[in-house]
Design a protein around this ligand. Structure first.
Ligand SMILES: O=C(O)CCC(=O)C(=O)O
Ligand SMILES: [Fe+2]
Length: 315
């Protein structure tokens, strides 16, 4: 597979069982091979996307000393601002050439997760920032819920298998700014090769060149979406749970050619996480003689913790 297949969520949501099954087969096949699809028919509208871009550009344009006021110590960068170069890919010492923001789950005050999750951070310079972030979070979470329903069916589980694990889940919306490159990066990249940690990732902003995905043969292929598409990939949590039937594919964001160094890249991944006590233990129906169990049992909370340390976000 040398291109990223495109699928349409309205097929899955239609009342036509043939279309629904077609969507399940297409996404299932894509995730057993390249690990990525471009998805149309999601719940984000253009107006919301445009206002989020405008808000986040305004945020990243703020002076560094103001942005740094929103960098909260002690929470592994899980909410608010994370400054340039702080995060590095697993196994790499150079920091990625990016700064980002994290919006986290919106839980009721009386829910047990209100204590587990750090609070979201408000940007007082930008009155609409929080609201636009929250609305986008909800729409991406809703899109992800249906994608996971299709994957549950593909894996031979109940359609709603993931629903209770993602309700109040520890998902994160991460607007990223890759600033203009001023000096030779010396081994650093916009985003070095990595697999995502979570269940699935929904990415806005894969329209320009930059994102590349590694296929079976080790070749890097461009992952470019149409204006109305989200790029959606499998993360390591879902790969473990499915005994690597669904592939968490290594991907990266390359530095632009020198004549383009003066331009920024903005992208906005939504990392869909379950609640921390979900067991990622390999599903029984993904194990057989040809596919012995490949991963040890672990909860999603313990797995996340381990990975945040490896990324340099948690001490
Ligand atoms: O910026 C992008 O297009 C992708 C970013 C990414 O892969 C990530 O943040 O995990
Ligand atoms: Fe990624």
């Amino acid at each position: 597979m040398n291109t990223i297949p495109s699928v349409n969520l309205t097929d899955f949501l239609s009342n036509d069982p043939i279309k629904k099954q077609k969507f399940i087969d297409e996404i299932g096949h894509a995730y057993e091979n390249i690990g990525f699809v471009a998805l149309k028919g999601h719940f984000l509208d253009t107006e919301l996307v445009d206002s989020l871009y405008s808000e986040i550009k305004n945020f990243f344009d703020l002076p560094t000393e103001i942005k740094e006021k929103y960098e909260i110590p002690g929470i592994g960068g899980q909410r608010g601002y994370v400054s340039f170069g702080k995060e590095s890919a697993k196994g790499k010492k150079e920091g990625d050439l990016k700064e980002f923001w994290h919006f986290g789950q919106y839980v009721d005050r009386n829910s047990k997760y209100a204590e587990e999750y750090p609070a979201n951070v408000s940007v007082k310079e930008l009155p609409k920032f929080d609201e636009v972030g929250k609305e986008t979070y909800k729409m991406l979470e809703k899109t992800a819920k249906y994608v996971l329903r299709s994957l549950a069916l593909h894996l031979g589980l109940e359609e709603t298998y993931f629903d209770n694990y993602i309700k109040n889940g520890n998902s994160i919306l991460r607007p990223i700014h890759y600033p203009p490159i001023k000096t030779e990066p010396k081994g650093a990249e916009r985003a070095a090769a990595h697999g995502d940690i979570n269940l699935i990732t929904l990415l806005m902003g894969a329209q320009g060149k930059g994102l590349q995905v590694q296929n079976h043969k080790g070749e890097w292929i461009d992952a470019i979406a149409e204006p109305d598409e989200l790029m959606i990939n499998v993360g390591d949590m879902l790969s473990r749970h499915s005994n690597n039937k669904l592939k968490s594919t290594i991907h990266r964001v390359t530095n632009p050619p020198k004549e383009m160094w003066g331009t920024s890249r903005y992208s906005i991944p939504f990392f869909m996480h379950p609640i921390s006590d979900m067991k990622l233990d390999v599903l029984e129906n993904c194990i057989d003689e040809n596919n012995p169990k490949q991963f040890d049992d672990i909860t999603s909370g313990a797995f996340l913790d381990e990975r945040l340390r490896e990324l340099g976000l948690k001490k």
